[in-house]
Write a protein of this length. Sequence first.
Length: 279
Amino acid sequence: MVFNYSDIQFIHLDYLAMQHSKTVEKIISTRQGNLFVKIWQPQQTELSKQIPILLFHDSLGCVQLWRDFPEQLCTETHRMIIAYDRRGFGQSDASDVQLSTYFIQQETLVAAELLDQLGISQVIALGHSVGGGMAVSFASQYPSKCIAVITEAAQAYIEQKTLDAISDAKQMFQQPAKLQKLKKYHAAKAQWVLDAWTETWLSPAFRNWTLDNDLKALQTKLLVIHGHNDEYGSLAQPERLAKYTDAELHLIEACGHVPHREKPQLIVQIIKEFVAIYA
């Protein structure tokens, strides 16, 4: 099923109610090192027992860069929201290891260990950009741990539009001010974070990467969200994501690569309705 959105009016979300969620920050020791985790918990005890949502951030992302999106989700869905900084990002341990061409699939091992340490048996996986690929891969490799998947601006394969946009971004970050802005979120790890993105995705060894095998193995319902103006992926990307799966596809007009920041009320509403059927 495909939904297109343009000038549709949506109910205003009561973001003033955000104080009704509470947060916990933790450092979790894993085989990948110490990882920073932040959890948004509904105040209502009876509602907080619903299956949580686990967030996978994008290539330059971290917990802090989700901004108020997790709190909006927590308030509107009445679910625990879990976000973590991958190794090398944000407040997690630094990394000096170059990402492998299988880093998307490898991250699922980290997520599974993290959930085990938190004592959480099942989640709904939600990922933005490359995090969307990680969410799909996590669900395909750990079907007992993941009951549904949500991708936002995710890539299913390498297309020239993606490579061109990353090349442009790499050039832009040659400006000291741009890298300095990245340091606000990743501190001394900023250059590694940038290189992990640009040098991996632009590598010839990564050129034939696809998410097809994980998509074909996916046993859960999939929600695909993609902006019509996404500079990092054409509409062929969400179409590929939906090709092999039981997917609900939402294409967002006048929206680029970060729908949850560009169209927050709409995106939260779409997710709220999608997850409502899950206990």
